[in-house]
Design a protein. Structure first.
Length: 310
């Protein structure tokens, strides 16, 4: 095989109370990478679409090409020539793992072209290198679910320990991306470096409750565990009318409501697709009243992760 086209999904990271340790993949949106093996060694980006000129064509500065280069260095295949086309099918800076989806698509593509020299799980550290380039910190709560699919817990970063979690089959996410700018680097810098022990205890209990609810397929336990006392109080300031949006979602039947990643996207969990569709419509209607454009998505948890589409 000399050419491949891969789709990789968007992700919701943190999942309210699980800052940097929880994330899940969704069916849409996502990014696509077309990759060709060529005779001339090295990694090059030949084309980027859908980014409005915001992403670098310089292979050393782009998360996709840089991660692919790390991969080739590791497997000792620097004799390989790679040309990459990146097709952005999701908004940049949305809090839905835009850089992660691109990076994962590229890594999955090169690994497939080279006959799966590594397992998908072994690709996670290379994807984390892409996140480090994108936002200054190599976290895995976007890239791990994008690669593995499903709901993922990062139990430890050193050593890296990733666990795929079960979840109720009908669990759906209602996602709204308000079209305002919240750079990930800036959002991370707002977070307190020290927290009160009583707040940490509350957060630990909620994370344990959420994971237990996923295993038990207990919607009520999932919902009441999704409270964030550490990060949301600060990051919510950056999201227009966050608490009003939360009020609307819960009134429409949401199990929970919170920020996706570093924002500005927000999401709600529901027991079924119909309720999720009603929620995104109501939230979009409210944002329209504030003269804020938005994009909406309704999705079950994506258990597959990246896939070959051509």
């Amino acid at each position: 095989m000399k050419s491949i086209k891969v789709f990789a999904p968007a992700t919701v990271a943190n999942v309210v109370c699980g800052y940097d340790v929880l994330g899940f993949a969704v069916n849409a949106p996502g990014d696509e990478v077309t990759m060709n093996l060529v005779d001339k060694p090295g990694v090059r980006i030949s084309k980027i679409t859908g980014d409005d000129g915001r992403l670098p064509l310089d292979a050393s500065r782009n998360t996709v090409s840089a991660s692919v280069q790390h991969y080739l260095d590791h497997v000792k295949r620097n004799d390989v020539g790679v040309e990459i086309e990146l097709h952005k099918k999701m908004p940049i800076g949305s809090g839905l793992g835009s850089s992660s989806a691109s990076t994962v698509a590229g890594l999955f593509a090169i690994n497939t072209l080279l006959d799966d020299l590594l397992t998908v799980k072994e690709l996670v550290p290379f994807a984390m290198k892409g996140e480090e380039l994108a936002c200054g910190y190599g976290h895995a709560d976007n890239v791990a679910p994008a690669l593995l699919g499903g709901f993922v817990l990062i139990r430890s970063y050193n050593p890296l320990d990733i666990i795929k979690l079960p979840h109720p089959d009908n669990l759906h996410a209602a996602i709204v991306f308000p079209e305002v700018d919240v750079p990930t680097r800036d959002a991370r810098q707002m977070i307190r470096s020290k927290v009160f022990l009583k707040d940490a205890v509350t957060q630990w209990g909620n994370i344990a409750g959420l994971v237990s609810g996923l295993f038990m397929k207990d919607y009520d336990l999932i919902g009441r565990s999704m409270t964030d006392v550490l990060v949301e109080p600060t990051r919510s300031i950056l999201i227009p009318d966050f608490y009003k949006l939360k009020e609307i979602a819960l009134a429409e039947g949401a199990l929970s409501f919170g920020i996706s990643g570093s924002g500005p996207s927000v999401f709600a969990f529901t027991k079924e697709e119909e309720t999720a569709a009603k929620i995104v419509a109501k939230l979009q209607q409210h944002l329209n009243k504030l003269n804020i454009g938005s994009q909406t998505y309704v999705s079950a948890v994506n258990n597959q992760g990246p896939k070959v589409i051509g």
